[in-house]
Design a protein around this ligand. Structure first.
Ligand code: SAH
Length: 373
């Protein structure tokens, strides 16, 4: 196989030596001409996300942000925003749900969509025709003139990571190089990485993933909330890990796992479990408050997903009602997406957090993260 990205990376490695894992990832997914997200609409084809499973997901998230806006005193003007809107489904459902709260749509429009993929932008433009939405390349380009109520679902898991391996008391960073047989594959740096000093007592062979890109995204969100007010709901698969994360990279093509992704740059989706711990630290450094991560099933339960499903099911025939219920179960069941996926709430310093995050009855269940998608 010799796609354009494979040739491009091969030439770069031949000229400059092995490239960093996050550079390889960034090129695979986001190369402007040939990257996975630049050339296709993968959601639904290679993987399925919560808003594509049920309209109830986007409705409840939209209403949770509106509740938070009200709890923060209903400032106006304010702005609804989403980073990485995918097919636009979540925002379409959230916007429809907002109609039940008087004045919310007026106060929160125009909606800011931050999206780097041209292919997804044009899909979103079709899907959201008639809605007051505006696109931006980065959060920094959204005018910093009003509080922001922001959603991001499965954004962080798609941002590039770096991997370190613990050997003989030192951490060595993984890179992508060319192996003896001429294929692209993982190689280890020969010198220990200074990045590994944070976690000294780990078993030999332990792997830890870090992500400056995810932390930078959290810092950008935190800074904006601290400067302008507002809140964010961030949903992703992962947890707040205490020790090393392990190797959690998932390469997927056509809803199947790919075991050797290195020959297929641009053809595969890449994600890894989100370690919420460094993101929480990044938010704290901006002065923002956080709550969670809370399992998605518990969060949606507290927001009333059962009642909403019941209300919708009442208007449907038996088959469609049972389909709707099975979709709700897929989102909340701890053995499906309900526990693997977590919700982190963020609020501007001193302001109310979004609803549904604090367990009134006891500490949130921090179950083991399971297989995703
Ligand atoms: N939220 C959607 C899509 C998830 S896929 C859903 O739940 O279905 C990840 C999305 O994030 C895609 O839309 C991708 O193009 C976008 N994305 C990735 N990196 C980004 C970045 N740095 N800034 C903005 N969007 C980004």
């Amino acid at each position: 196989m010799s796609g354009p990205l494979l040739q491009l990376m091969r030439r770069k490695i031949e000229a400059e030596g092995p490239i960093r894992f996050d550079e390889w990832w960034q090129t695979c997914l986001y190369h402007p001409g040939h990257g996975y997200y630049a050339t296709r609409v993968p959601i639904g084809a290679d993987f399925v996300t919560a808003p594509e499973i049920s309209q109830v997901f986007g409705e409840l998230l939209g209403l949770a942000l509106v509740q938070c806006w009200l709890d923060q005193g209903g400032p106006r003007p304010a702005r609804l925003a989403e980073i990485g809107p995918g097919k636009g489904t979540l925002m379409a459902d959230a916007w429809r749900a907002l109609a039940v709260v008087p004045d919310a749509r007026d106060a929160l429009a125009p909606v800011a969509l931050v999206e780097i993929s041209a292919a997804l932008r044009s899909f979103q433009a079709n899907r959201l025709r008639g809605l007051p939405v505006e696109w931006h390349d980065a959060l920094e380009q959204v005018a910093a003139d009003r509080p922001l109520y922001l959603i991001a679902n499965e954004l962080f898991d798609a941002l590039p990571i770096r991997q370190l391996v613990h050997l003989s008391g030192h951490w060595f960073e993984r890179r992508v190089g060319i192996s003896g047989s001429g294929h692209l594959g993982l190689v280890l740096e020969t010198r220990p990485s200074p990045l590994g000093q944070i976690m000294p007592d780990c078993p030999n062979g332990a792997i830890h993933e870090i992500s400056p890109a995810r932390e930078a995204m959290a810092t950008a969100i935190g800074r904006r909330l601290a400067a302008c007010g507002g809140a964010a709901l961030l949903i992703d698969y992962g947890d707040a890990y205490e020790g090393p994360t392990g190797d959690t990279v998932q390469a997927v093509r056509g809803q199947r796992k790919v075991h050797d992704p290195f020959d297929l740059p641009g053809e595969i989706d890449l994600t890894s479990r989100v370690d919420f711990a460094p993101l929480i630290r990044a938010f704290a450094a901006t002065g923002c408050r956080t709550a969670g991560p809370v399992p998605q099933g518990e969060f949606l339960g507290r927001l009333g997903i059962e009642l909403r499903t019941e209300a919708l099911a009442r208007g449907l025939d038996e088959d469609r009602a049972s389909d709707l219920w099975s979709r709700t179960r897929r989102l909340v069941d701890p053995n499906r997406m309900g526990r693997t996926f977590k919700v982190l709430g963020v609020a501007a310093p001193g302001q109310a957090l979004p609803p549904g995050l604090v367990d009134e009855t006891g500490p949130a269940d921090q179950g083991e993260a399971e297989a995703h998608r």
